[in-house]
Design a protein around this ligand. Structure first.
Ligand code: HEC
Length: 127
């Protein structure tokens, strides 16, 4: 058999086996990784996020109120820094990077933090 099978054919058979083994070992994504469509409460920038930001983050982040920090007074500015905002408001209130800065305004409640997360999960609706 070995003598009759030309080496080119052996090579083809061998590469076939390698491809087959490689294909079998490919991991399929676990079912839990499949994204479910968001079915939580509807959160919009105009109705929920803007009033929350204004209450907690002004005047410092509101140029119109003479705030000199990173502006968070528009839909785009809040959406673009969403990760950073979420990180800051979840720091312990005795952490010097916690926002609102130096606890000058009340910290966000657990419900408000969840609302910020839901805003992202729902696709950052504006209105
Ligand atoms: C009393 C003024 C004040 C208030 C109110 C305030 N901040 Fe700030 N913020 C600051 C200061 C001062 C800095 C710069 C110091 C720092 O980065 O920790 C800052 C920085 C930040 C940064 C980092 C900006 C950058 O350019 O990297 C984020 C994000 C932020 N604040 C989010 C918030 C959010 C969200 C709120 C409301 C929940 C808030 N801040 C309320 C004063 C304030």
């Amino acid at each position: 058999m070995n003598r009759i099978l030309p080496s080119i054919q052996k090579t083809i058979v061998l590469s076939g086996i390698i491809v087959f083994v490689a294909a079998c070992s490919q991991k399929t994504a676990p079912a839990s990784k499949v994204e479910k469509p968001y079915d939580g409460p509807k959160v919009t920038y105009n109705e929920h996020i803007a009033p929350l930001m204004e209450r907690s983050c002004s005047p410092c982040h509101y140029p119109s109120k003479n705030g000199r920090k990173q502006p968070f007074d528009t839909y785009t500015s809040v959406k673009e820094r969403h990760d950073d905002i979420l990180y800051r408001v979840q720091l312990p209130s005795n952490n010097f990077r916690h926002m609102p800065y130096m606890n000058e305004n009340p910290s966000l409640t657990a419900e408000e933090i969840q609302m910020l997360k839901n805003w992202a999960h729902g696709g950052f609706l504006e209105s």
